[in-house]
Design a binder for this molecule. Structure first.
Ligand SMILES: *[C@@H]1O[C@H](CO)[C@@H](O)[C@H](O)[C@H]1NC(C)=O
Length: 302
């Protein structure tokens, strides 16, 4: 074998080894890995924890996986309530929510598993005055990750309405530190959005957007605007014009998976024939597609 070919072979072997090592060690374990938790218990799903952020006492619930294993890095999934709602409603599936937005039921066979976090907004909303809710959610993240084992490459956020606006804002503020968001009928404005979000707003975040075409509360134009921020930031092909949306009265939803995005940062847009709801149901269907689509989007990242 010539020196040249041998050299090429070694380079190729090294590349394959590095690739497979990355496959094995892709997780970025949080400081809570390998430690016995001192703060978070199974009871934290029903009795909120508190921390002080921006001089205010703030509350959050944490749902650990069954058989929590402190040597295994889990996903961290924020589930944010809407205006007038509470984190407790999200945890129990009352007030119009599915429990934790319906994700744990669908994620039963997920090999990665998840730590779910439901924080309370101020005045039952997420106005994020002066960035205080971003700071709070960062503090929650840090507190949780110090105590339990989380994969820092697998942080997610979802929510409906104000909780969607805040998930979008969190993606703008933290950029790649958030793996993906599912923004259900949100707004680019009410929680601050990407305006003034700093350098994070130029970073890609995998993005699932869902919005009713007849939403009278937070108009679909805002949903398209948030989507288009990540279409641009994730390098997707937007050259073919806006994606198809369902006709009014069709009772359906139309899902668009954007082409050309950075493969690590896909964008999906799901427009439905309906108004302001976290759980749209197609005519003739018995269950919402919302949770299924959210989980399908999140679970592709491992
Ligand atoms: C999990 O796997 C079991 C066994 O294959 C299956 O019966 C069940 O439907 C799965 N659950 C979910 C939520 O996918």
């Amino acid at each position: 074998m010539s020196r040249y070919l041998l050299g090429r072979l070694i380079v190729a072997t090294v590349a394959i080894t590095v690739a497979s090592l990355r496959g094995v060690t892709a997780a970025t374990p949080s400081p809570g890995c390998g430690k016995t938790p001192t703060l978070i218990t199974d009871g934290s799903a029903t009795t909120p924890l508190t921390l002080t952020s921006n001089g205010k006492t703030r509350r959050f619930y944490v749902k650990l996986p069954d058989d929590y294993d402190n040597s295994h890095p889990y996903r961290l999934i924020f589930a944010l309530h809407a205006l007038g709602g509470t984190a407790q409603q999200v945890t129990t599936g009352t007030g119009g929510y599915l429990p934790w937005y319906g994700i744990p039921d669908l994620a039963a066979n997920d090999t990665v598993g998840a730590v779910y976090v439901a924080p309370d907004g101020l005045n039952n909303g997420w106005a994020n005055q002066g960035g205080e809710d971003v700071a709070f959610l960062e503090a929650v993240m840090e507190t949780v990750e110090q105590d339990v084992c989380v994969d820092r490459d697998l942080r997610f956020s979802t929510g409906f309405s104000y909780g969607a606006a805040m998930s979008y804002t969190l993606a703008c503020a933290l950029g790649r530190r958030i793996r993906a968001v599912a923004v259900l009928s949100g707004s680019p404005v009410i929680s601050g959005g990407c305006a003034g979000a700093g350098s994070g707003a130029s970073e890609p975040v995998a993005y699932y957007g869902q919005h009713g075409i007849s939403d009278p509360v937070l108009p679909v134009a805002g949903g398209r605007e948030m989507r288009d921020h990540f279409v641009r930031t994730n390098g997707c092909d937007a050259g073919r014009g806006p994606p198809r949306e369902p006709a009014r009265g069709s009772g359906t939803h139309v899902k668009t998976v954007y082409d050309g995005c950075d493969p690590d940062y896909p964008v999906v847009w799901n427009a439905f024939d309906g108004d302001h709801t976290p759980q749209p149901v197609d005519r003739g269907a018995t269950t919402t597609f919302s949770a299924v689509e959210t989980w399908e989007f999140f679970s592709q990242f491992k």
